[in-house]
Design a protein around this ligand. Structure first.
Ligand SMILES: [Zn+2]
Ligand SMILES: [Zn+2]
Length: 289
């Protein structure tokens, strides 16, 4: 735990915040407010001094230590609430209901679903009810429908959750994810010009934030371009494209990663078709235009 601004603590997640963990932010003030609960056992020492837990989105790597905070009030955006409240909601938003994954929850890195009841729903422009530090809720959808960021106005510090500046780039692998929304959310963060950006899976960033966000968004364009260049060589099906590791460098024989790869490719293909850069044949192949 590190105090990065007065009364604002960065809680580094286990495994350097890599999946299935993520970084958290803790605001120390009467009561105590925690943003995201996926950092790992390190969170246990905050369990007695946290009145509110605010969740950026429903993904398991951001909520899996909710159970440490049974006395706290939980908040999440309404569109992501089903993903923490019921297993059915989680399955639907994540798309896991489309997969037949018998031993999925026993797989390395998967965190079993535990329900959390939301006490309050977050909306764009809300201020978190908190004593000294004003924290504004920003609805930044795309990664998930209800994905939110949190701006600590006093320090112009943004917790951007999974607009995360990782080298992997933007992730939109659930059926409920949306590329165009993701792009708009990245641009919105750029316009805010935060002085410090804290994200779910990288260490806090204070330098060249705008440049890094721009490079992060450019990864979406790189994927588009790679798909188009493959299609220029000849028509390809989604299945064929999914074997080419355009999104994930490796799938490690994991069905789930192939599923995410296909979902992300599918969204690119839909967008390319819409922009008349590709078309779909009657046989279900995609070709460049
Ligand atoms: Zn996420
Ligand atoms: Zn995450």
């Amino acid at each position: 735990m590190k105090e990065i601004r007065e009364k604002v603590w960065f809680i580094g997640g286990a495994k350097k915040g890599r999946f299935p963990y993520s970084h958290s932010l803790y605001l120390e003030d009467p009561g105590g407010l925690l943003i995201d609960a996926g950092a790992g056992p390190v969170l246990r020492e905050l369990s007695g001094k946290t009145e509110q837990v605010v969740l950026s989105h429903y993904h398991r790597d951001h909520v899996s230590y909710n159970s440490y905070f049974t006395g706290a009030a939980f908040s999440v955006h309404r569109e992501d609430a089903p993903g923490i409240e019921t297993f059915e909601g989680f399955s639907r938003l994540s798309g896991l209901d489309q997969l037949n994954l018998e031993n999925f929850w026993e797989q390395d890195g998967q965190i079993k679903f535990l329900a959390t009841k939301a006490d309050r729903y977050l909306s764009e422009g809300d201020y978190l009810d908190f004593a000294e530090l004003k924290v504004k809720v920003l609805h930044l959808p795309g990664h998930t429908p209800g994905h939110c960021g949190f701006l600590v106005e006093k320090y112009n510090l943004l917790f951007a959750a999974d607009i995360d500046l990782t080298r992997f780039g933007p992730w939109y692998g659930n059926p409920s994810s949306n590329i165009e929304q993701f792009r708009r959310s990245i641009r919105r963060v750029r316009e805010l010009k935060p002085d410090l950006l804290v994200a779910g899976h990288v260490y806090p960033v204070a330098k060249n934030i705008d440049q890094k966000l721009s490079a992060y968004e450019a990864e979406i364009d790189r994927r588009d371009e790679e798909i188009v260049s493959v299609l220029k060589e000849g028509p390809h099906s989604l299945e064929q494209l999914a074997q080419m590791n355009i999104i994930y460098p490796r799938h490690y024989n994991q069905e789930i990663l192939l599923f995410f790869e296909k979902n992300m490719l599918q969204k690119h293909l839909e967008s390319l078709v819409k922009r008349r850069m590709a078309s779909k044949t009657e046989e279900g192949f995609f070709e460049a235009l």
